[in-house]
Design a protein around this ligand. Structure first.
Ligand code: F0G
Length: 369
């Protein structure tokens, strides 16, 4: 390969970057969009606001090819599906999985069908499923019902399920933990992330654990999962029949990886907490206006929990109560804000009209100071 086309780490996908840790062989066709290698961004303002020497880093997964962390899992799941001869992939989704499945299936040249809860998918995500050519089926039901149907359909010949009940998805998603350790030189002390179907929690924990076994980290982080208050089955420890949250990505009442996530929280000494929708939106706005990072509402869950800590609003039993001094904290920002623009638009998002004259503009700017 000539020098001008030599690939560096950030221009290959997660299978090429972490091949030896993944369930692939040289026979596996790699279906990739160069996902992964997302930035781990230091947040000086959040670090200062928390104080006590704590340092916060943001793993911005919205910068994956389809705008969410799902791409890491989808490259492995799709590659393995094609290797096994699948002609069709299917998934249930609150939006992001369907977007990733549709894109990677287009790349692989196979059919993709997605089951979505009717009226509950952000337009950005829905548009992705359509533009990539997926068969989009809306069910009169919620995500949990969609997933139950997918389980029923999974034995159809030539069909591969690409939800996180497929272990290949978790294998791919664990690479985010590898990247964090590779960037920081060790595991963080605390890792916060939103929890919906709970696959990502399980995947990160697997990644950290494997890296520790290999001597790449000296420690394991406390895993802290954050659920939306109206869709918090793990927090309350019972199935929520009618989960409700404006953060549609995590509107899930019966997570598929419930047991794996619970084990991760327990083994890591972390736990689960909840945030209201109001706090999710406030954290989303805080990130956008203080750090220049636009995430979708569900993705702000970790930051929302940290802001609760700052404002002394945590419940007595919150796993964040016992945050040691000088903690290195990572929050995963799971998806891009442009996925779900409608949820942030309100009446205040109106441009100021002005005459096309310099002085008119200047007086507006001075007035807004
Ligand atoms: N954040 C975003 C933006 C998501 O789309 C999801 C899940 C999560 C967090 C939660 O991750 O399910 O691994 O606990 N979205 C799935 C979907 C359910 O269908 O796109 P999880």
């Amino acid at each position: 390969m000539s020098e001008s086309v030599a690939l560096n780490l950030s221009s290959v996908g997660v299978i090429e970057r972490y091949r030896k840790f993944l369930p692939v062989t040289e026979k596996t066709p790699v279906i990739s969009l160069n996902e992964g290698s997302t930035p781990l961004i230091h947040s000086p303002r959040l670090s200062d606001t928390i104080g006590r020497g704590c340092q916060v880093y943001l793993k911005y997964e919205g910068l994956n090819p389809t705008g969410s962390f799902k791409d890491r899992g989808m490259t492995v799941a799709m590659s393995k599906a094609v290797e096994a001869g699948a002609k069709r992939v299917i998934c249930a989704s609150t939006g992001n999985t369907s977007a990733a499945a549709a894109a990677y299936a287009a790349r692989a040249g196979i059919q993709c069908a997605v089951l979505l809860p009717v009226g509950k998918i952000a337009m950005g995500k829905l548009s992705q499923a359509f533009i990539h050519g997926a068969i989009v089926i809306a069910l009169e039901g919620n995500f949990d019902q969609c997933l139950a149907l997918i389980r029923d359909l999974s034995s159809e010949p030539g069909t591969a399920v690409v939800n996180s009940i497929n272990p290949d998805r978790l294998e791919g998603q664990k690479t985010a933990a590898f990247e964090i350790v590779d960037a920081l030189g060790d595991a963080p002390m605390i890792h916060l992330l939103p929890v919906g179907n709970a696959g990502n929690t399980a995947a990160y924990w697997k990644g950290y654990f494997e890296y520790q076994q290999l001597g790449q980290t000296t420690r394991l982080p406390r895993m802290i999962g954050i659920q939306a208050a109206g869709a918090a089955p793990i927090y309350y420890n019972y199935v929520i029949e009618k989960p409700e949250t404006a953060a549609s990505a995590i509107r899930i009442g019966n997570p598929a990886s419930w047991n794996l996530a619970t084990a991760a929280f327990k083994e890591s000494g972390g736990g689960v907490d909840i945030v209201s929708d109001e706090k999710l939106f406030a954290a989303q706005k805080w990130l956008a206006s203080n750090e220049g990072i636009f995430v979708e509402p569900a993705s702000a869950a970790g930051v929302a929990a940290l802001l609760k800590y700052v404002h002394r609003e945590l419940s007595f039993e919150s796993p964040l109560q016992s945050m040691p001094d000088n903690s290195v904290i990572v929050c995963t920002l799971t998806g891009h804000g442009l996925k779900d623009v409608a949820s942030v638009m309100d009446d205040s998002f109106q441009p100021i009209t002005a005459a096309p004259e310099k002085n008119a503009i200047l007086s507006l700017l001075k007035g807004a100071q």
